[in-house]
Design a protein around this ligand. Structure first.
Ligand code: PLP
Length: 424
């Protein structure tokens, strides 16, 4: 199936007389005839469901759809994007280990890594994603277990040179994990450029309607854990907490990573999506290609309008010729650069505030990447406690406005922006 067809049909094929839509299996438990039947499930010897904290048919069907869209070997859904990034890294690294990550990542992920996972004994080195291959190489240590970056970073809108990152990761015998939230597989499929594991906050474009918080991990099945056996004993030696299973031997390279993440981490942390939320995600993905094309076209139109406006100081959008990431975007994002645009209003913080107050159609919201246009002024919201010097250090200028362009008629969006800019 081609991509657009997979969005509708991958992961679920109804049998004769069965529901056309993926059924919502809103049940915590599943019934068996004998204890032996259930025992085989606990030993991972038979396939089937026993408790929704570990696996649920609705979630599995939707995960299989996303797996097909990314071109992966196995996938799982989680209750949030935060859980997805935590599981993806913690499935490989323990206390005493080290991770290299791009510094241009979502603030919540940065805090998860630099504060919370550091408290668990995992060290992180953050690198400028635009650094040279040599600088990237220099960040690795003998105990490094993975390299991490975002395809299009939130909110910096940097575009990751995935091939450069994959080359460095593989030269040091570790996998590249890419958070593909802003691009989605409709715009970029990181496995095609050498990434090994993809994560998502499905809360954003994949769901697309701001209806359900969720996350996902997809494994390409390409990274050879057995070739780096000493580095990844959790995958390549018996798991005594799970009946002595060796994940690579029992499930092969395509199944080891996700099976371990479900059997150990989902069992112990329980970051499980509700079946209803998984279903909403599956429904959202049906229209992903249509929505992404409209988001990209609208954002391009809005960015071009803003660039020409006399009250706008600067615009960042990788689809604009002259943008620092234009060339990387042409390589990795030939079908568009998603719907998020950032720009500065002349006159700084006060002018940005007046502009925001003047908007009528765009909602002020901390969210990004859903069907309805929303806008945020970080200096007076998420970064409110910082003074101008601190904002500069965080890469957020006082005039910065983050606009998440929706799928409305672009003329209505431009008219709203114009009348709000006129009030500045
Ligand atoms: N990754 C990226 C790129 C994000 O933008 C976000 C949230 O904004 C997350 C991860 C965290 O996802 P969630 O809010 O679903 O936990």
């Amino acid at each position: 199936m081609n991509f657009d067809t997979s969005c509708l049909h991958a992961g679920y094929r109804p049998g004769n007389g069965e529901p056309r839509n993926i059924p919502i299996i809103q049940s915590t438990t599943f019934r068996y005839e004998t204890s032996e039947d259930m025992g085989k499930l606990f030993d991972l010897e038979a396939e089937g469901y026993f408790y929704t904290r570990l696996q649920n048919p609705t979630s599995d069907a939707v995960a299989a759809r996303l797996c097909a869209l990314e071109g992966g070997a196995a996938a799982m859904l989680l209750s949030s994007g935060q859980a997805a990034n935590f599981f993806a890294v913690f499935n490989l690294a323990s206390a005493g280990d080290h991770i290299v990550a791009s510094s241009a990542i979502y603030g919540g992920t940065y805090n998860l890594f630099a504060v919370t996972m550091k408290r668990m004994g995992i060290e992180f080195t953050f690198v400028d994603p635009d650094c040279s291959q040599e600088e990237l190489d220099a960040a690795f240590q003998p105990n490094t277990k993975a390299l991490f970056g975002e395809t299009i970073a939130n909110p910096a809108l940097t575009v990751l040179d995935i091939e450069k990152f994959a080359k460095a990761a593989h030269a040091h015998g570790v996998p590249l994990i890419v958070d593909n939230t802003f691009a989605t597989p409709a715009l970029c499929r990181p496995f095609e450029w050498g990434a090994d594991i993809v994560t998502h906050s499905t809360t954003k474009y994949l769901d697309g309607h701001a209806a359900a918080v969720g996350g996902a991990i997809v494994d390409s099945g390409n990274f050879d854990w057995e070739a780096h056996k000493d580095k990844y004993p959790g995958l390549t030696t018996p798991d005594e907490s799970y009946h002595g299973i060796t994940y690579t031997q029992r499930f092969g390279l395509g199944g080891a990573f996700i099976t371990k993440a479900v059997a150990q981490l989902m069992r112990d942390f329980g970051a499980t999506p509700a079946p209803m939320n998984a279903w909403l995600l599956g429904m959202g993905m049906e229209t992903l290609p249509l929505r992404m094309a409209k988001h990209c076209a609208n954002a391009q139109g809005v960015a071009e309008f803003l660039q020409k406006h006399e009250k706008v100081a600067w615009v960042r959008y990788a689809g604009l010729p002259g943008d620092k990431y234009y060339d990387l975007a042409r390589k990795y994002l030939p079908h568009g650069c998603c719907g998020v645009v950032s720009f500065g209003v002349k006159g700084g913080r006060a002018a940005a505030g007046r502009f925001m107050a003047g908007l009528e159609l765009a909602s002020i919201a901390t969210h990004v990447a859903d069907a309805k246009t929303c806008v945020l002024h970080p200096a007076s919201a998420t970064h409110r406690q910082m003074n101008d010097a601190e904002l500069a250090a965080a890469g957020v200028s006082p005039d910065l406005v983050r606009l998440s362009v929706g799928i409305e008629d672009v003329n209505d969006l431009i008219a709203d922006l114009e009348q709000a800019l006129n009030q500045v």
